[in-house]
Design a protein around this ligand. Sequence first.
Ligand code: GCO
Ligand code: MG
Length: 402
Amino acid sequence: MKIESAKVIVTCPGRNFVTLKITTDQGVYGIGDATLNGRELSVVSYLEDHVIPCLIGKDPRRIEDIWQYLYRGGYWRRGPVTMSAISAVDTALWDIKAKMAGMPLYDLLGGKSREAVMVYGHANGIDLSETVDEVGRYIDMGYRAIRAQSGVPGIKDAYGVGRGKMYYEPADAALPSETVWDTRKYLNFVPKLFDKLRDTYGFDHHLLHDAHHRLTPIEAGSLGHRLEPYQLFWLEDATPAENQEAFKLIRQHTTTPLAVGEIFNTIWDAKDLIQNQLIDYIRTTVVRAGGITHLRRIADFAAIWQVRTGSHGATDLSPVTMGAALHFDVWVPNFGIQEYMRHTPETDAVFPHDYTFDKGFLYPGETPGHGVDIDEVEAAKYPYKPAYLPVARLEDGSMWNW
Ligand code: GCO
Ligand code: MG
């Protein structure tokens, strides 16, 4: 059996998605997501110019060997462009293998460890009262877990506050838009938000919050401490994770659970945080961290240290990643939670899929493979459109972490 062809499909049904489709000489094909928000075309080039020529003629059943070939054999290891490309190949090959076996992917991984995948949705509002209402709306939709982000008095364009409510899309301009950040105002506001949320809705739902890399370690420790009465499920990306020692300082000051990892690409990015038990949830995902093959290595390593999974699932990850992630989630023993931002109806039409949402849980379907396809005719209606994520500056003009 051989890989006969592979092609990259770029489509923009509201936002850009990059999809790899690998076809075998037996007519079976598999698809993988290769979308890297704001840097989409670099992954397209990496795949078309450097990966696809090496794939043609290889045996698609040898998923592990192809993974090692692209990772070790590439010499220049890791990084988001390389790893998104490897992820796409790996996801497509698992799709092919599961289709050939006539099994949903989770069965090939070892079968279900649970019946359903608990997801968290995104409630956001321009101010405290709108955010409180939004959380109520998510509770009414059946969500068990809700991430709350709110506009902060005195800060224009705070992270996580969307224009259209259901379909938050931060990559909003052909060149990066500039936002202004003020940590003091944010730290002053966030405990009030969670106080109001617990006061209004009680403690039966999981609440989450994403600080989106904005804080220093000591600020993060202080915020975590002040949020303890509200029992968050997690505080995410409290500080940038390049320096992982930083998390020791945060841990010294708070028992609020910590989640990190949506921008990590390999087990090496997560190793120290996990084995020193400096985090509670690892947010690496199928598209960013080397596909199913590598994600499962990270999850198995994390299990030893009682760190659970909490995969990234923003709308810039295509339904292909969501589908593959759900098969992974329903299998992985140390599952924690799955992020779920709904895609637009246009995106859902480009990527027909069999996963379903019911009362706060997602369910992978039973179709052989990962259950997500691409409608190429539909995809062709939406040509690539440059779109960048914003950047952030402090009030004095210094660049900050967005
Ligand atoms: C999240 C993330 C996203 C990212 C986005 C960047 O927790 O969902 O922080 O909202 O900002 O994925 O492309
Ligand atoms: Mg995040």
